[in-house]
Design a protein around this ligand. Sequence first.
Ligand SMILES: *Cc1c(COP(=O)(O)O)cnc(C)c1O
Length: 465
Amino acid sequence: MKYISTRGNAPELDFENVLLAGLATDGGLYVPKELPEYSLDEIRSWRGLPYSELAFKIIKPFVGGAIEDDVLAKMLDETYAGFGHKAVAPLAQIDSSEYVLELFQGPTLAFKDFALQLLGRLLDHVLVKRNERAVIIGATSGDTGSAAIEGCKHSDHVDIFIMHPHNRVSEVQRKQMTTIKGDNVFNIAVEGNFDDCQRMVKACFADQDFLRGERRLVAVNSINWARIMAQIVYYFYASLNLGGPDREVALSVPTGNFGDIFAGYLAHKMGLPVKQLIVATNKNDILHRAISQNKYEKHPLAHTLSPSMDIVVSSNFERLLFDVYGRDGAALASLMDRMNSETVEFDKDGMAKVREMFDSHAVNDEVTCETIKQVYDETGYLLDPHTAIGVKAARECRRDATVPMITLGTAHPVKFAEAIEKAGLETPQLPHHLLDLFEREERYEVMENELSNLQNFVVKTVFGD
Ligand SMILES: *Cc1c(COP(=O)(O)O)cnc(C)c1O
């Protein structure tokens, strides 16, 4: 399997190099050159497979021989054996034909574990093989950080630096990152917002000379293809558990950077019958405006009760636009340039096609809390604020009541106490493996919003000078 850049001007890479690359050298994102496609018969033959075996079927062609089959199979077994539910991604029913796909059974209680538990293992395998060491620098508004650290803490081959905006992540989220023990784990609280953190990450990737050519910089945010790849699996899994592929499903996805829902779009392109994909956003609704009004315009960041979806721009949308523009890298490169500085309207026919599959809806904090309360009253089931946005959007945008509607449950409600309390409900207990979280010792640096401080800290830590 070969991977190409969305901006058409970077080398084609194989899986191993795409795993280590992050952003392409032309500023684009890597996507598979061709997708595997499956017939209904083939998909049907996967019914009843345990999660990790289904993951093997779906991931194997993307890895393209870079990892031997038995090693990959074992890696996937180990990855998903660490989840807190035997089904790995169980479905909970909240109405006659409405479900929540619980993607929060992993160690850090958010869906990012699905990809990052695997990413840590993939990186280790590849780095050992190449006898290399890598540095990870990532930015988080909360969930990515803990999932990335949890996924890489055992690695002897990476040093991991995660920045979060100081005092802007929930207490549970911060403690989940800062109490993880590991000589190779470094948390940095930046005196700024999430965008400031992300800007510094981008600057580090754009000029890696500070690592003296001795270390490779690896991305853990969803620009890394391996994250998207791992997320394709649970779309197939959910469908197969509800009568797929002989029955369509509809999917509502709480969205920030468009990574998760892009994986759903790929699952559909690979042959999974999907009736509709719903982009559910909070007040940071650039994607909702792009899809419903064909207007791509940046608004200032709004801090909401669903902080993991607080974004100004949505980086993975570029991967969808690549298809909208007929996979024309040059056209996309000039479009992306314009999108940086001005309000953009996309190709009308292309967007009409997007709307055949995608619907969108934005939900504010007040309605988020109302939805948490409403679903709790109707069922006794407690939604986290991100999932609640998905459920609300699902109910607003549903096209066909006979098609099962699945909302992706992206986080466990215990991570977001503020929203649960505002909904007038009690936060649940932490799961067993986190019961003593509040007593654990925290370790993090507070740092000015200044690139040179970050780079000096990384250099000092990695090279000892
Ligand atoms: C990261 C995250 C999202 C958004 O996912 P994207 O792939 O960026 O769209 C939604 N909900 C939760 C809980 C998250 O952690």
